[in-house]
Ligand binder design. Structure first.
Ligand code: SAH
Length: 350
């Protein structure tokens, strides 16, 4: 019999589990509060009888995330965590400090199947999906380690959250629960490479999160080259899904646009970006591309970046350039895991 992943259960599901064990269902809330507070063993649940703790341990497990490495930026207060999961897999999580509080960037899969050419996460494909509990554990472990409370979450780490739809939505429900971490859905962003069936499924759930769409190019020929997902759902199909999403949720969409030198940073691209996003209530988030050793992409110079932003604004769009945090600790997705995999394979690291 396989053990139940107890930290992925909501209070109703915990209630049913307890009833099956012949226990009163009111214990569900007590156990839920313990699990969501980040306990790593049943013995920490001091208001639960020893006998029940033992029986829970026989039928279930508490998914954890063990800190394997921690890198603290000397430039800002960004901290990058590499966690080791129960099966020896590594994931990355980034803690960022902003004026309004702490924000965390979590992973949703081990690796990624989407294969974006500029991204380090997809270099080895996807190993597996993360469970809702493993997404939560990234937050509870970081809060405990840093002694802080996280107020914002971005699902922008390793993985495509909409390819792991059920676990991602379960996570959103658990993390926003008043008896749990109580992080409001309005403080959470989910980023997708343009996984159209997932966008439609997400619209149907209608959660007040922010949907970020990694657009990165306004022409299919460019997007085809840098994002293989575009061959399945091209820009037209993606933007149609964004419009459907907006009709249902009435939420503003955030388009991510990684500026890559000589690829998507010219005036024609800015004009086309303004043209294709017309009619969508949106914000354009410009990200200077982070160089990854395996590819030859680089970010444009500051002047080109600012020109691109000003052009978009002159076309009536709202656009900002994302501040680069943790530049000295390889804080962008997948970069560290790649290094650590190489290390454990005995490769030489500089
Ligand atoms: N799969 C999701 C979420 C993970 S990636 C998605 O594609 O949106 C999070 C964001 O980082 C995406 O916008 C992604 O395109 C971007 N990104 C990945 N590698 C990058 C790099 N080297 N430079 C700049 N942005 C990058």
């Amino acid at each position: 019999m396989s053990l139940t992943d107890i930290k992925s259960l909501d209070t109703d599901e915990l209630g049913s589990l307890l009833l099956e064990m012949g226990e009163p269902s009111y214990r569900a809330k007590q156990i839920f509060v313990w699990l969501q507070s980040g306990v790593t063993s049943f013995d920490e649940m001091t208001n639960i009888s020893k006998d029940l703790r033992k029986r829970l341990g026989e039928i279930s497990y508490i998914a954890g995330a063990e800190i394997y490495r921690k890198f603290e930026s000397r430039l800002d207060e960004t901290v990058k965590y590499v966690f080791r999961l129960y099966d020896g897999e590594f994931i990355e999580t980034v803690l960022m400090k902003y004026k309004h509080g702490y924000s965390i960037c979590i992973s949703t899969q081990v690796g990624c199947n989407m294969g974006c050419r500029f991204c380090a996460s997809g270099l080895f494909g996807k190993t597996r999906d993360l469970t809702a509990s493993e997404m939560l554990s990234q937050i509870t472990a970081v809060q405990k380690d840093a002694g802080i409370r996280i107020s914002n979450v971005v699902m922008m780490g390793m993985g495509e959250p909409l390819e792991n739809f059920d676990n991602s939505v379960k996570f959103l429900k658990l993390v926003s629960s008043g008896d749990g971490l109580n992080i409001g859905l309005r403080h959470i962003s989910l980023s997708t490479c343009g996984y159209v069936t997932g966008i439609d499924k997400l619209a149907a759930v209608d959660l007040p999160i922010t949907l970020s769409v990694s657009l990165h190019a306004p022409f299919d020929d460019i997007r085809d080259k840098i994002m293989p997902v575009n061959k399945k759902w091209n820009i037209e199909a993606l933007l149609a899904a964004c419009k459907r999403y907006q009709q249902v949720t009435t939420r503003r969409i955030s388009f991510e646009y990684a500026l890559i030198s000589g690829v998507n940073d010219n005036r024609v691209c800015a004009e086309q970006l303004a043209k294709i996003t017309r009619g969508i209530m949106c914000h354009i988030n410009l990200i200077p591309a982070n160089p990854v050793i395996e590819n030859s992409f680089s970010k444009p110079d500051d002047k080109t970046i600012n020109n691109f932003k000003d052009l978009l604004i002159s076309f009536g769009l709202t656009a900002t350039v994302r501040r680069t945090l943790g530049a000295d600790i390889e804080a962008s997705c997948g970069q560290l895991r790649k290094k650590i995999r190489e290390e454990s394979n005995g490769a030489i690291i500089q």
